[in-house]
Design a protein around this ligand. Structure first.
Ligand code: GLA
Length: 726
């Protein structure tokens, strides 16, 4: 059992393979955090120190003891109203209008297996792969109860956290803030690593020292967003890819979020992650329970590479689901950058014919096939096949494409609606909008009120009637704007709408995968605007960015790799000049970059030269050979492309016997310096053969001294090297 309760000193000790997490129920019933880090033994409550601190209040039951203050003690789930003036994880507004809750320990339960959360995505594990600790606490005055959940996946060095908040009092209360995870450090200097961006340029890495005051990231957009990702890292100043301490917190949720890091008056650091507290005021009637979405924690004492690998493994094996979890996925060609809205059955069929000849497995028909949909100004919401535009029923197009030996996939955006649509004309009240106000438009569309069951049910039926028209084996689930005007006509409590919207989305997705278990779902939100652990529970791959430029992708995929497995990173080879940047890159460079992801194509094959088609055949052969190494291998960032000329990465099989290295040069100069790439993760003391040249190297030489890249002339050259242990 990875969870120990020591009765002698009322301490909970959670052990994973290489880490330990400790907390203590103290004499007043408060749950104090003691330690999280490298594996340790024994009770560590000796770390706590008590002092009379001016302007740091004392709980009444501490009597005359002025040295006991929640303002200075490290906590598991700090609540507003206990005398802790740092940022809290939970704020309750009570029936009498007062703010405050004071949860004290009542009991606990330790059990085998990992807890589930009803209606929400969460990490899962077999009975023997995880243990759960539940700590039951109660506010003695209001009788509001909280159960803290800790899921311990020992082999993965992962601890998950969630909570249930139950109103056991007699009157309605409101949750004004509800976050599942808090990490308190008693001392220490940290860097805060976060991932910021914009549409078509997601997840740039920012590393800044934690100073006094709060550093806040988050999203008010109703989606996790392009702008900040709900994943954050705290690392020592000296921590590198290969050495040093670091902690990751990743939110398993796809709506808005708030992440805070605060260095307090005593130089202690607190990190919080969870639901946002703006436009959030969640009502709980007597007896009702609120499930706080999960946060995944992992610690690495061996640098950032290991931290990412922990998350990769956890998400790949214990969060993603579905038929394709462990088997080869169909290699797809998407119609978007080939035709945009200008598609017809004939053009899609022609594209499929070309694809079949090159060894592509699946044709995906993107936007433009339904309703009145010739651009993004109309049609969204009308999930009826536009047979006039297609020139035939969907079923017959699918059959024709299948008879070429290809699978068929389709694009959907179930949450969106254009005002110029039959659905809007029929149900103008089904959108999120504030009565008497004109809503904010984005991409000339509005958002359906997915907090309402009847809206979700209606769209679900419509979508099913499309999916039932033929053998559809893939769905790209898109969402092309941020939420605004979050007012629902179904409730008087508007502070619940944004969360209920996400519950509606999850309900839809769950029903979809239960009804069509064989469909591969790919998430998307204008590219990577909803790239989060919550979506991965339903969609094992997510379109990483609308930007398919190979050089920009090196950066976007670099940032994404810190938190998410490569098997989830949707990445395609597209045409040049690139449609987002106008940049010209070699075909091979685009291929090598896209291979650090789910790999596919997104261009008009009919416009390619024969030599390019031959390159596609070759790339597909390569990708199929490497697919499982890429999907399941340990991933290493070999360079930082934000600072270095080369973007380089590596996949190493878990047994260390094989490694695949990708390198993209971002610059070219006259009389250029030689670039050396140092490998990682090989077995020490062994010899490896590079497969294309046949050259043999000592593994330690490859890791310590590296390998010089052969000189190549021209811009944006790329290299791929495949090493096998001999
Ligand atoms: C979004 C997606 C694109 C494409 C278009 C279709 O922008 O990210 O890949 O599907 O929508 O409208």
């Amino acid at each position: 059992m990875s969870i120990i309760f020591s009765e002698k000193d009322n301490t909970f000790i959670l052990h994973t393979k290489d880490t330990t997490y400790q907390m203590k129920v103290d004499s007043y019933g408060f749950l104090l955090h003691l330690y999280y880090g490298r594996k340790t033994e024994g009770c560590m409550d000796y770390l706590l120190s008590y002092a009379d601190r001016g302007f740091s209040g004392n709980p009444y039951d501490a009597g005359a003891d002025r040295t006991y203050s929640m303002d200075a003690l490290p906590q598991e789930l700090p609540c507003q109203g206990t005398g802790d003036y740092r940022s809290p994880a939970v704020i309750v507004k009570n029936a009498d209008g007062s703010y405050g809750c004071d949860f004290r320990y009542k009991s606990h339960r330790i059990r085998k297996g990992k807890y589930h959360i009803s209606g929400l995505p969460a990490v899962y594990a077999g009975e023997d792969q995880a243990d759960t600790l539940e700590i039951h606490m109660e506010d003695p005055v209001t009788k509001v109860q909280i159960t803290l959940f800790y899921g311990v996946l020992a082999d993965l060095d992962v601890i998950t956290r969630s909570a249930d908040i139950k109103n056991s009092g007699g009157e309605k209360i409101y949750l004004e803030k509800a976050q599942a995870a808090c990490l308190d450090w008693l001392y220490g200097e940290y860097d805060f690593i976060s991932f910021y961006g914009r549409h078509a340029m997601e997840r740039n890495v920012q590393r800044i020292p934690v100073t006094h005051g709060a550093h806040v990231i988050g999203s008010r957009r109703g989606a996790s967003s392009h702008q900040y990702n709900p994943m954050m890292i705290l690392a020592g100043h000296e921590t590198t890819e290969d050495a040093g301490s670091c902690y990751a917190m990743s939110f398993v949720y796809s709506g808005g979020f708030k992440g805070e890091v605060e260095k307090d008056q005593f130089d202690q650091t607190r990190a919080l992650l969870g639901l946002p507290d703006e436009q959030f005021s969640y009502p709980l009637e007597t007896g009702e329970v609120f499930h706080v979405p999960e946060v995944v924690l992992t610690y690495s004492g061996f640098g950032l590479a290991r931290l990412s690998q922990n998350l990769h493994k956890c998400f790949r094996d214990h969060l993603c689901r579905g038929k394709y979890k462990d088997i080869s996925r169909p290699l797809l060609l998407n119609s978007w950058e080939a035709f945009y809205f200008d598609i017809s059955g004939a053009s899609v069929y022609e594209l499929a014919k070309e694809a079949a000849g090159l060894g592509i497995d699946m044709l995906v028909m993107d936007d433009g096939w339904f309703g009145k949909r010739d651009d993004d100004n109309s049609g969204l919401g009308d999930w009826t096949v536009n047979e006039t535009k297609l020139g035939e029923p969907l079923g017959s197009l699918i059959e024709k494409i299948r008879s070429l030996g290809l699978k068929f996939g389709i694009w959907l955006e179930p949450e969106g609606i254009n005002e110029d649509s039959d659905l809007y004309r029929e149900h103008p009240d089904w959108v999120l909008s504030i009565p008497g106000r004109n809503p904010v438009r984005a991409r000339n569309q509005l958002v359906l009120d997915f907090s309402r069951r009847e809206v979700v049910d209606y769209i679900f039926e419509k979508v099913c009637s499309v999916l039932d028209q033929g053998k559809i084996e893939y769905v790209k689930w898109d969402m092309n704007r941020s939420l605004s005007d979050c007012f629902s006509r179904s409730t008087a409590d508007q502070g619940k709408v944004m969360h209920d919207y996400i519950l509606g989305l999850y309900d839809f997705l769950e029903r979809l995968i239960q009804r069509y278990p064989d469909i591969l779902l790919e998430g998307c939100s204008g590219g990577g605007g909803r790239f989060d652990a919550g979506m991965l529970y339903y969609t094992p791959q997510i379109w990483c960015s609308d930007n398919t430029d190979a050089i920009d992708r090196v950066h976007i995929q670099y940032g994404t790799s810190f938190g998410y497995p490569i098997s989830s990173v949707g990445s395609h080879v597209s045409a040049v000049p690139n449609h987002q940047t106008g940049r010209l890159t070699p075909f091979r460079t685009r291929g090598i970059t896209a291979m650090a992801g789910t790999f596919g194509y997104e261009l008009d094959l009919g416009k390619l030269l024969d030599v390019e088609k031959e390159q596609i055949r070759e790339q597909i052969r390569e990708y199929k050979q490497y697919e499982m190494l890429i999907r399941k291998g340990l991933y290493y960032r070999l360079t930082n492309p934000q600072k270095e000329t080369a973007g380089a990465w590596e996949f190493v099989s878990e047994d260390g016997a094989e490694a695949l290295v990708g390198v993209v040069m971002q610059e070219v100069h006259g009389n250029m310096n030689v670039t050396y790439i140092r490998l990682k993760g090989l077995l020490s003391g062994c010899r490896y053969q590079e497969q294309s040249t046949g050259r043999i190297f000592a593994s330690d030489a490859l890791m310590e001294a590296g390998i010089p890249l052969p000189e190549q002339s021209g811009e944006y050259r790329a290299y791929q090297m495949h090493f096998k242990k001999i």
